[in-house]
Design a binder for this molecule. Structure first.
Ligand code: GLA
Length: 502
Protein backbone atom coordinates (compact mmCIF):
# COMPACT_ATOMS: atom_id res chain seq x y z
CA UNK A 1 0.00 0.00 0.00
CA UNK A 2 1.23 3.41 -0.88
CA UNK A 3 2.13 5.70 2.01
CA UNK A 4 -0.54 8.22 1.01
CA UNK A 5 -3.32 5.62 0.89
CA UNK A 6 -2.24 4.19 4.23
CA UNK A 7 -2.48 7.67 5.77
CA UNK A 8 -5.99 8.19 4.43
CA UNK A 9 -7.10 4.77 5.75
CA UNK A 10 -5.55 5.49 9.13
CA UNK A 11 -7.13 8.91 9.24
CA UNK A 12 -10.56 7.49 8.44
CA UNK A 13 -10.13 4.72 11.02
CA UNK A 14 -9.02 7.18 13.66
CA UNK A 15 -11.40 9.96 12.74
CA UNK A 16 -14.63 7.95 12.70
CA UNK A 17 -14.60 6.93 16.36
CA UNK A 18 -13.31 10.36 17.29
CA UNK A 19 -16.18 12.23 15.49
CA UNK A 20 -18.86 9.73 16.53
CA UNK A 21 -17.80 9.86 20.14
CA UNK A 22 -18.39 13.58 20.42
CA UNK A 23 -21.75 14.82 21.69
CA UNK A 24 -21.27 18.20 20.05
CA UNK A 25 -24.03 19.00 17.60
CA UNK A 26 -27.70 19.79 17.24
CA UNK A 27 -29.80 16.77 18.22
CA UNK A 28 -33.53 16.46 17.54
CA UNK A 29 -36.12 14.15 19.07
CA UNK A 30 -39.00 14.10 16.61
CA UNK A 31 -42.37 13.22 18.03
CA UNK A 32 -45.01 13.13 15.29
CA UNK A 33 -48.58 13.85 16.43
CA UNK A 34 -51.78 12.56 14.82
CA UNK A 35 -52.72 16.10 13.80
CA UNK A 36 -49.80 16.12 11.34
CA UNK A 37 -47.54 18.35 13.43
CA UNK A 38 -44.61 17.11 15.44
CA UNK A 39 -43.42 18.04 18.88
CA UNK A 40 -39.66 18.30 18.52
CA UNK A 41 -37.13 18.58 21.30
CA UNK A 42 -33.76 20.05 20.38
CA UNK A 43 -30.58 19.52 22.36
CA UNK A 44 -27.90 21.82 21.02
CA UNK A 45 -24.81 20.43 22.73
CA UNK A 46 -21.17 21.48 22.94
CA UNK A 47 -18.82 18.99 24.51
CA UNK A 48 -15.41 20.09 25.70
CA UNK A 49 -13.66 17.27 27.50
CA UNK A 50 -16.02 16.19 30.24
CA UNK A 51 -18.08 19.37 30.16
CA UNK A 52 -21.26 19.67 28.14
CA UNK A 53 -22.87 23.07 27.62
CA UNK A 54 -25.64 24.32 25.34
CA UNK A 55 -29.42 24.60 25.28
CA UNK A 56 -32.49 22.38 25.33
CA UNK A 57 -35.70 23.49 23.61
CA UNK A 58 -38.81 21.49 24.26
CA UNK A 59 -42.25 22.85 23.36
CA UNK A 60 -42.75 26.11 25.23
CA UNK A 61 -39.61 25.57 27.34
CA UNK A 62 -36.08 26.70 26.64
CA UNK A 63 -33.35 25.69 29.04
CA UNK A 64 -29.67 26.49 29.40
CA UNK A 65 -27.53 23.57 30.45
CA UNK A 66 -26.14 24.47 33.85
CA UNK A 67 -24.69 21.14 34.98
CA UNK A 68 -23.31 18.10 33.24
CA UNK A 69 -21.33 14.98 34.02
CA UNK A 70 -19.94 12.14 31.94
CA UNK A 71 -19.54 11.86 28.21
CA UNK A 72 -20.69 9.85 25.19
CA UNK A 73 -20.71 6.55 27.09
CA UNK A 74 -23.07 7.90 29.69
CA UNK A 75 -23.88 11.45 30.71
CA UNK A 76 -26.33 13.55 32.72
CA UNK A 77 -27.46 17.07 31.92
CA UNK A 78 -29.42 19.61 33.93
CA UNK A 79 -31.16 22.46 32.13
CA UNK A 80 -32.49 25.52 33.91
CA UNK A 81 -34.81 28.35 32.91
CA UNK A 82 -36.34 31.23 34.83
CA UNK A 83 -39.91 32.26 34.35
CA UNK A 84 -40.51 35.47 36.23
CA UNK A 85 -40.18 34.43 39.85
CA UNK A 86 -39.94 30.69 39.19
CA UNK A 87 -36.95 28.56 38.32
CA UNK A 88 -37.65 25.42 36.30
CA UNK A 89 -35.28 22.51 35.75
CA UNK A 90 -35.08 19.54 33.44
CA UNK A 91 -32.72 16.56 33.71
CA UNK A 92 -31.61 14.15 31.01
CA UNK A 93 -29.59 10.98 31.22
CA UNK A 94 -28.16 9.68 27.98
CA UNK A 95 -25.53 7.90 25.98
CA UNK A 96 -24.37 7.82 22.42
CA UNK A 97 -25.34 4.62 20.61
CA UNK A 98 -23.95 4.59 17.09
CA UNK A 99 -25.14 7.92 15.76
CA UNK A 100 -28.16 8.16 18.02
CA UNK A 101 -28.52 9.78 21.41
CA UNK A 102 -30.52 7.55 23.71
CA UNK A 103 -32.14 9.72 26.36
CA UNK A 104 -34.16 9.34 29.54
CA UNK A 105 -36.06 12.24 31.07
CA UNK A 106 -39.18 13.21 32.97
CA UNK A 107 -41.79 15.73 31.78
CA UNK A 108 -42.13 16.90 35.40
CA UNK A 109 -39.88 16.07 38.34
CA UNK A 110 -42.55 13.73 39.76
CA UNK A 111 -43.66 12.05 36.51
CA UNK A 112 -42.50 8.78 34.93
CA UNK A 113 -39.17 8.38 33.17
CA UNK A 114 -39.60 8.48 29.41
CA UNK A 115 -37.19 7.18 26.79
CA UNK A 116 -36.41 9.15 23.66
CA UNK A 117 -34.01 8.86 20.75
CA UNK A 118 -32.40 11.95 19.24
CA UNK A 119 -30.83 12.16 15.79
CA UNK A 120 -28.43 14.70 14.40
CA UNK A 121 -30.26 17.74 12.97
CA UNK A 122 -28.88 20.52 10.77
CA UNK A 123 -27.18 23.27 12.76
CA UNK A 124 -29.64 26.04 13.55
CA UNK A 125 -32.78 23.92 13.19
CA UNK A 126 -35.02 24.61 16.17
CA UNK A 127 -32.80 27.49 17.32
CA UNK A 128 -34.64 29.84 19.61
CA UNK A 129 -35.43 33.17 17.95
CA UNK A 130 -33.83 36.22 19.48
CA UNK A 131 -35.78 39.07 20.94
CA UNK A 132 -37.30 41.76 18.78
CA UNK A 133 -37.44 45.42 19.66
CA UNK A 134 -40.51 46.41 21.64
CA UNK A 135 -42.67 49.45 20.86
CA UNK A 136 -42.95 52.54 23.02
CA UNK A 137 -45.87 52.22 25.38
CA UNK A 138 -49.03 54.04 24.49
CA UNK A 139 -52.75 53.60 25.03
CA UNK A 140 -54.42 51.42 22.43
CA UNK A 141 -57.95 52.68 21.67
CA UNK A 142 -60.76 50.60 23.13
CA UNK A 143 -62.43 48.31 20.59
CA UNK A 144 -65.88 48.89 22.07
CA UNK A 145 -66.48 45.17 22.73
CA UNK A 146 -67.42 43.27 25.90
CA UNK A 147 -69.62 45.93 27.45
CA UNK A 148 -70.70 43.06 29.70
CA UNK A 149 -68.51 40.01 30.51
CA UNK A 150 -68.00 37.73 27.48
CA UNK A 151 -70.09 34.55 27.43
CA UNK A 152 -69.49 31.43 25.40
CA UNK A 153 -67.68 28.13 25.37
CA UNK A 154 -63.98 27.24 25.21
CA UNK A 155 -62.46 23.90 24.23
CA UNK A 156 -59.58 23.62 26.69
CA UNK A 157 -61.08 22.42 29.98
CA UNK A 158 -62.74 19.38 28.43
CA UNK A 159 -60.97 18.70 25.13
CA UNK A 160 -57.43 20.09 25.54
CA UNK A 161 -55.53 18.75 22.48
CA UNK A 162 -58.48 16.69 21.22
CA UNK A 163 -60.49 19.64 19.89
CA UNK A 164 -61.19 19.55 16.16
CA UNK A 165 -63.44 21.04 13.50
CA UNK A 166 -66.23 18.51 14.12
CA UNK A 167 -66.24 19.17 17.87
CA UNK A 168 -66.42 22.93 17.37
CA UNK A 169 -69.32 22.57 14.91
CA UNK A 170 -71.08 20.26 17.35
CA UNK A 171 -70.67 22.79 20.17
CA UNK A 172 -72.08 25.55 17.97
CA UNK A 173 -75.01 23.26 17.05
CA UNK A 174 -75.72 22.51 20.68
CA UNK A 175 -75.26 26.06 21.90
CA UNK A 176 -77.71 27.39 19.35
CA UNK A 177 -80.31 24.68 20.09
CA UNK A 178 -80.17 23.99 23.82
CA UNK A 179 -81.12 27.40 25.18
CA UNK A 180 -77.56 28.59 25.87
CA UNK A 181 -77.61 31.06 23.01
CA UNK A 182 -80.87 32.58 24.23
CA UNK A 183 -79.37 32.75 27.72
CA UNK A 184 -76.52 34.90 26.35
CA UNK A 185 -73.74 32.47 25.35
CA UNK A 186 -72.22 33.80 22.17
CA UNK A 187 -68.58 32.82 21.52
CA UNK A 188 -67.42 29.35 20.50
CA UNK A 189 -63.70 29.44 21.25
CA UNK A 190 -60.98 27.15 19.96
CA UNK A 191 -58.14 27.03 22.46
CA UNK A 192 -54.62 25.68 21.86
CA UNK A 193 -53.63 22.96 19.33
CA UNK A 194 -55.24 24.16 16.07
CA UNK A 195 -51.99 25.39 14.50
CA UNK A 196 -49.65 23.62 12.08
CA UNK A 197 -46.82 26.02 11.27
CA UNK A 198 -46.21 28.67 8.63
CA UNK A 199 -46.29 28.63 4.84
CA UNK A 200 -43.54 30.07 2.64
CA UNK A 201 -45.00 33.58 3.08
CA UNK A 202 -45.05 33.21 6.85
CA UNK A 203 -48.83 32.80 7.09
CA UNK A 204 -50.01 30.69 10.00
CA UNK A 205 -51.47 27.37 8.87
CA UNK A 206 -53.93 25.00 10.52
CA UNK A 207 -53.23 21.35 11.25
CA UNK A 208 -55.23 18.31 10.11
CA UNK A 209 -57.83 18.77 12.81
CA UNK A 210 -58.93 22.08 11.25
CA UNK A 211 -58.94 21.65 7.47
CA UNK A 212 -60.61 24.99 6.71
CA UNK A 213 -60.82 27.65 9.40
CA UNK A 214 -62.74 30.09 7.20
CA UNK A 215 -65.40 27.47 6.49
CA UNK A 216 -65.61 26.68 10.20
CA UNK A 217 -66.03 30.36 11.06
CA UNK A 218 -68.75 30.65 8.40
CA UNK A 219 -70.49 27.65 9.92
CA UNK A 220 -70.42 29.13 13.44
CA UNK A 221 -71.59 32.51 12.11
CA UNK A 222 -74.38 30.68 10.29
CA UNK A 223 -75.65 29.69 13.73
CA UNK A 224 -75.64 33.39 14.70
CA UNK A 225 -72.76 32.74 17.05
CA UNK A 226 -69.20 34.07 17.11
CA UNK A 227 -65.91 32.21 16.94
CA UNK A 228 -62.70 32.60 18.91
CA UNK A 229 -59.15 31.39 18.49
CA UNK A 230 -55.96 31.17 20.56
CA UNK A 231 -52.32 32.15 20.17
CA UNK A 232 -49.24 33.24 22.09
CA UNK A 233 -46.89 36.20 21.78
CA UNK A 234 -44.07 33.67 22.04
CA UNK A 235 -42.68 31.39 19.33
CA UNK A 236 -44.64 28.52 20.94
CA UNK A 237 -47.95 28.19 22.73
CA UNK A 238 -48.31 26.38 26.04
CA UNK A 239 -48.98 23.11 24.22
CA UNK A 240 -45.90 23.70 22.07
CA UNK A 241 -47.70 24.79 18.88
CA UNK A 242 -46.75 27.70 16.62
CA UNK A 243 -47.13 31.10 18.30
CA UNK A 244 -47.38 34.60 16.82
CA UNK A 245 -43.88 35.83 17.71
CA UNK A 246 -42.70 38.18 14.93
CA UNK A 247 -45.91 37.59 12.94
CA UNK A 248 -48.39 39.53 15.04
CA UNK A 249 -49.81 41.77 12.33
CA UNK A 250 -49.84 38.98 9.78
CA UNK A 251 -51.69 36.66 12.18
CA UNK A 252 -54.20 39.36 13.12
CA UNK A 253 -54.90 39.84 9.39
CA UNK A 254 -55.31 36.09 8.94
CA UNK A 255 -57.74 35.86 11.85
CA UNK A 256 -59.74 38.76 10.42
CA UNK A 257 -59.80 37.13 6.97
CA UNK A 258 -61.05 33.88 8.50
CA UNK A 259 -63.79 35.78 10.34
CA UNK A 260 -62.46 35.35 13.87
CA UNK A 261 -64.21 37.38 16.58
CA UNK A 262 -62.14 36.64 19.70
CA UNK A 263 -58.46 36.03 20.45
CA UNK A 264 -57.09 34.49 23.64
CA UNK A 265 -53.41 35.44 23.76
CA UNK A 266 -51.37 33.28 26.12
CA UNK A 267 -47.94 34.35 27.39
CA UNK A 268 -46.29 30.89 27.54
CA UNK A 269 -43.38 30.77 25.08
CA UNK A 270 -42.85 34.54 25.39
CA UNK A 271 -41.36 33.98 28.84
CA UNK A 272 -38.17 32.70 27.25
CA UNK A 273 -37.66 36.00 25.47
CA UNK A 274 -39.19 38.81 27.50
CA UNK A 275 -39.45 39.71 31.17
CA UNK A 276 -42.66 40.28 33.08
CA UNK A 277 -41.92 44.01 33.01
CA UNK A 278 -42.02 43.88 29.23
CA UNK A 279 -45.41 42.16 29.04
CA UNK A 280 -47.36 45.33 28.52
CA UNK A 281 -45.36 46.28 25.41
CA UNK A 282 -45.60 42.70 24.09
CA UNK A 283 -49.41 42.64 24.50
CA UNK A 284 -49.68 46.12 23.01
CA UNK A 285 -48.26 44.78 19.71
CA UNK A 286 -51.18 42.38 19.28
CA UNK A 287 -53.77 44.81 20.68
CA UNK A 288 -52.69 47.30 18.04
CA UNK A 289 -52.56 44.65 15.31
CA UNK A 290 -56.12 43.48 16.05
CA UNK A 291 -57.40 47.03 15.96
CA UNK A 292 -55.66 47.65 12.65
CA UNK A 293 -57.53 44.80 10.96
CA UNK A 294 -60.73 46.83 11.25
CA UNK A 295 -62.62 43.71 12.40
CA UNK A 296 -63.99 43.78 15.94
CA UNK A 297 -61.96 41.06 17.68
CA UNK A 298 -62.31 40.66 21.42
CA UNK A 299 -58.84 40.59 23.00
CA UNK A 300 -58.49 38.18 25.93
CA UNK A 301 -55.15 38.38 27.76
CA UNK A 302 -53.83 35.24 29.39
CA UNK A 303 -50.69 35.72 31.45
CA UNK A 304 -51.96 34.28 34.73
CA UNK A 305 -52.39 37.62 36.50
CA UNK A 306 -48.72 38.54 36.48
CA UNK A 307 -47.24 42.05 36.43
CA UNK A 308 -50.49 43.49 37.87
CA UNK A 309 -52.14 43.12 34.50
CA UNK A 310 -55.40 44.66 35.76
CA UNK A 311 -53.57 48.00 35.91
CA UNK A 312 -52.61 48.02 32.22
CA UNK A 313 -54.86 45.45 30.55
CA UNK A 314 -57.26 48.05 29.14
CA UNK A 315 -54.33 50.16 27.84
CA UNK A 316 -53.20 47.40 25.47
CA UNK A 317 -56.74 47.03 24.15
CA UNK A 318 -57.53 44.07 26.43
CA UNK A 319 -61.16 43.17 27.07
CA UNK A 320 -60.29 40.65 29.78
CA UNK A 321 -57.23 39.33 31.53
CA UNK A 322 -56.67 36.17 33.45
CA UNK A 323 -56.00 36.87 37.11
CA UNK A 324 -54.72 33.42 38.11
CA UNK A 325 -53.11 30.20 36.97
CA UNK A 326 -55.21 27.46 35.38
CA UNK A 327 -58.41 26.31 37.01
CA UNK A 328 -58.98 22.58 37.56
CA UNK A 329 -62.25 20.74 37.99
CA UNK A 330 -61.98 20.50 41.77
CA UNK A 331 -63.60 22.30 44.67
CA UNK A 332 -60.20 23.37 46.02
CA UNK A 333 -59.01 24.80 42.74
CA UNK A 334 -62.25 26.62 41.98
CA UNK A 335 -62.65 28.12 45.45
CA UNK A 336 -59.02 29.06 45.93
CA UNK A 337 -59.30 31.07 42.71
CA UNK A 338 -62.83 32.43 43.07
CA UNK A 339 -62.71 33.56 46.68
CA UNK A 340 -59.34 35.29 46.13
CA UNK A 341 -60.67 37.89 43.68
CA UNK A 342 -62.02 40.43 46.15
CA UNK A 343 -59.31 43.06 45.91
CA UNK A 344 -59.34 43.12 42.11
CA UNK A 345 -62.91 44.43 42.02
CA UNK A 346 -62.00 48.07 41.33
CA UNK A 347 -60.25 47.14 38.07
CA UNK A 348 -63.23 45.56 36.30
CA UNK A 349 -65.78 47.50 34.30
CA UNK A 350 -67.62 47.63 30.99
CA UNK A 351 -65.19 46.67 28.21
CA UNK A 352 -62.50 45.19 30.46
CA UNK A 353 -62.88 42.35 32.95
CA UNK A 354 -60.95 40.34 35.48
CA UNK A 355 -60.94 36.72 34.30
CA UNK A 356 -60.56 34.06 37.00
CA UNK A 357 -60.51 31.41 34.23
CA UNK A 358 -63.15 29.36 32.48
CA UNK A 359 -66.02 27.39 33.94
CA UNK A 360 -65.68 23.75 34.93
CA UNK A 361 -69.44 23.33 35.39
CA UNK A 362 -70.50 19.88 34.20
CA UNK A 363 -67.03 18.36 33.89
CA UNK A 364 -67.70 15.88 36.68
CA UNK A 365 -65.17 16.78 39.36
CA UNK A 366 -67.58 18.73 41.55
CA UNK A 367 -71.10 18.26 42.93
CA UNK A 368 -74.09 20.18 41.63
CA UNK A 369 -74.02 22.39 44.73
CA UNK A 370 -70.35 23.10 44.09
CA UNK A 371 -71.07 23.99 40.47
CA UNK A 372 -73.88 26.32 41.64
CA UNK A 373 -71.30 27.98 43.90
CA UNK A 374 -68.94 28.27 40.90
CA UNK A 375 -71.60 29.85 38.68
CA UNK A 376 -72.85 32.19 41.43
CA UNK A 377 -69.39 33.37 42.40
CA UNK A 378 -68.32 33.96 38.79
CA UNK A 379 -71.51 35.99 38.28
CA UNK A 380 -70.93 38.13 41.34
CA UNK A 381 -67.33 38.61 40.13
CA UNK A 382 -68.50 39.85 36.71
CA UNK A 383 -66.23 37.16 35.28
CA UNK A 384 -66.35 35.92 31.69
CA UNK A 385 -68.71 32.92 31.56
CA UNK A 386 -67.00 30.47 29.23
CA UNK A 387 -68.50 27.02 29.61
CA UNK A 388 -65.79 24.37 29.49
CA UNK A 389 -67.80 21.14 29.28
CA UNK A 390 -68.95 18.88 26.46
CA UNK A 391 -72.23 20.46 25.43
CA UNK A 392 -73.26 17.28 23.56
CA UNK A 393 -73.80 15.21 26.63
CA UNK A 394 -74.49 17.26 29.70
CA UNK A 395 -77.07 16.45 32.34
CA UNK A 396 -80.23 18.53 32.65
CA UNK A 397 -78.82 19.82 35.96
CA UNK A 398 -75.65 21.08 34.24
CA UNK A 399 -77.66 22.83 31.55
CA UNK A 400 -79.89 24.34 34.18
CA UNK A 401 -76.90 25.68 36.12
CA UNK A 402 -75.32 27.14 33.00
CA UNK A 403 -78.54 28.75 31.79
CA UNK A 404 -79.95 30.14 35.01
CA UNK A 405 -81.17 33.41 33.53
CA UNK A 406 -81.56 35.11 36.89
CA UNK A 407 -77.96 34.38 37.84
CA UNK A 408 -76.74 35.32 34.35
CA UNK A 409 -78.58 38.65 34.69
CA UNK A 410 -76.32 39.38 37.67
CA UNK A 411 -73.23 38.47 35.67
CA UNK A 412 -74.37 40.63 32.76
CA UNK A 413 -75.57 43.59 34.80
CA UNK A 414 -74.84 46.64 32.63
CA UNK A 415 -73.26 48.67 35.45
CA UNK A 416 -70.40 46.19 35.29
CA UNK A 417 -69.44 46.63 38.91
CA UNK A 418 -67.60 43.59 40.25
CA UNK A 419 -68.87 42.25 43.57
CA UNK A 420 -66.93 42.06 46.81
CA UNK A 421 -66.79 40.11 50.02
CA UNK A 422 -68.68 41.86 52.82
CA UNK A 423 -68.13 39.29 55.55
CA UNK A 424 -66.29 36.10 56.33
CA UNK A 425 -66.85 34.04 59.43
CA UNK A 426 -65.02 30.74 59.30
CA UNK A 427 -66.35 28.95 56.24
CA UNK A 428 -69.25 31.34 55.75
CA UNK A 429 -68.85 34.20 53.34
CA UNK A 430 -71.23 36.86 52.13
CA UNK A 431 -70.50 38.67 48.90
CA UNK A 432 -72.53 41.41 47.27
CA UNK A 433 -72.62 43.04 43.87
CA UNK A 434 -74.29 46.43 43.32
CA UNK A 435 -76.63 46.41 40.32
CA UNK A 436 -77.59 49.03 37.78
CA UNK A 437 -81.18 49.30 39.10
CA UNK A 438 -79.92 50.24 42.53
CA UNK A 439 -80.51 46.72 43.81
CA UNK A 440 -77.99 44.24 45.09
CA UNK A 441 -76.99 40.67 44.31
CA UNK A 442 -76.10 38.75 47.45
CA UNK A 443 -74.19 35.47 47.55
CA UNK A 444 -74.38 33.57 50.83
CA UNK A 445 -71.64 30.94 50.58
CA UNK A 446 -71.04 27.93 52.79
CA UNK A 447 -67.49 26.69 52.15
CA UNK A 448 -67.73 23.97 54.80
CA UNK A 449 -68.39 20.29 54.11
CA UNK A 450 -71.56 20.28 56.23
CA UNK A 451 -74.81 22.21 55.70
CA UNK A 452 -75.04 25.46 57.64
CA UNK A 453 -77.70 27.87 58.74
CA UNK A 454 -76.37 31.25 57.74
CA UNK A 455 -77.82 34.51 58.97
CA UNK A 456 -77.65 37.64 56.89
CA UNK A 457 -78.13 40.80 58.89
CA UNK A 458 -79.37 43.76 56.89
CA UNK A 459 -77.42 46.06 59.18
CA UNK A 460 -74.24 44.33 57.96
CA UNK A 461 -75.17 45.49 54.47
CA UNK A 462 -75.69 49.03 55.69
CA UNK A 463 -79.50 48.84 55.67
CA UNK A 464 -81.81 49.81 58.47
CA UNK A 465 -84.72 47.71 57.23
CA UNK A 466 -85.17 44.70 54.96
CA UNK A 467 -85.44 45.41 51.26
CA UNK A 468 -88.98 45.64 49.87
CA UNK A 469 -88.47 42.70 47.52
CA UNK A 470 -86.04 39.81 47.37
CA UNK A 471 -85.71 36.89 45.05
CA UNK A 472 -83.90 33.57 45.52
CA UNK A 473 -82.12 33.12 42.20
CA UNK A 474 -81.64 29.34 42.45
CA UNK A 475 -85.10 28.56 43.86
CA UNK A 476 -86.61 31.04 41.37
CA UNK A 477 -89.01 32.28 44.00
CA UNK A 478 -89.66 35.45 45.94
CA UNK A 479 -88.45 35.49 49.49
CA UNK A 480 -90.50 36.91 52.31
CA UNK A 481 -88.44 39.23 54.39
CA UNK A 482 -89.22 40.86 57.66
CA UNK A 483 -87.19 41.66 60.71
CA UNK A 484 -83.60 42.60 60.77
CA UNK A 485 -82.15 39.43 59.30
CA UNK A 486 -82.55 36.64 56.81
CA UNK A 487 -81.68 33.10 57.85
CA UNK A 488 -81.10 30.44 55.24
CA UNK A 489 -79.95 26.80 55.22
CA UNK A 490 -77.08 26.52 52.77
CA UNK A 491 -75.93 23.06 51.66
CA UNK A 492 -72.37 21.86 52.12
CA UNK A 493 -70.14 23.73 49.63
CA UNK A 494 -73.29 25.47 48.47
CA UNK A 495 -74.72 28.92 47.98
CA UNK A 496 -77.92 30.87 48.42
CA UNK A 497 -78.12 33.71 45.96
CA UNK A 498 -80.50 36.61 46.34
CA UNK A 499 -81.36 39.66 44.32
CA UNK A 500 -82.81 42.38 46.47
CA UNK A 501 -84.49 45.59 45.36
CA UNK A 502 -83.16 49.04 46.10
C1 GLA B 1 -52.44 27.74 29.41
C2 GLA B 1 -53.73 28.50 29.64
C3 GLA B 1 -54.89 27.54 29.51
C4 GLA B 1 -54.87 26.91 28.13
C5 GLA B 1 -53.55 26.22 27.88
C6 GLA B 1 -53.41 25.74 26.45
O1 GLA B 1 -52.20 26.80 30.40
O2 GLA B 1 -53.73 29.13 30.89
O3 GLA B 1 -56.11 28.22 29.72
O4 GLA B 1 -55.10 27.91 27.16
O5 GLA B 1 -52.47 27.10 28.14
O6 GLA B 1 -52.17 25.17 26.20
Amino acid sequence: MEMKTLCVVLLVLLAVPCVAADLTGNWAVRDPLPDGTSRNTYLDLHQEGSQITGTIRSGQFYYRIVESAGGPDGFTLTGSMTDGANERHVKYEGKLVGDELHLLTRRRPDSELIEMVAHRAPAGEGAYPSRRPLPELHKVSANGLAKTPPMGWNSWNKFAGRVDDAAVRAMADRMSANGMKEAGYEYVNIDDTWQAGRDAQGNITTNKKFPDMKALADYVHGKHLKIGIYSSPGPNTCAGYEGSFGHEEQDARTYAAWGIDYLKYDWCGARNIYTDQEMRAVYQIMGEALLKTGRPILFSLCQYGRAEVWKWGPDVGGNSWRTTGDIRDTWDSMTSIGFAQDELAPWAGPGHWNDPDMLEVGNGGMSEDEYRTHMSLWSILAAPLLAGNDLRNMTPATLEILTNREVIAINQDPAGQQGRRVSKEGDQEIWTRPLSDGGLAIGVFNRSATPARIILKWSDLGRKSPPARARDLWAHSDVNLDGGEYAVMVPAHGVAMLRVAK
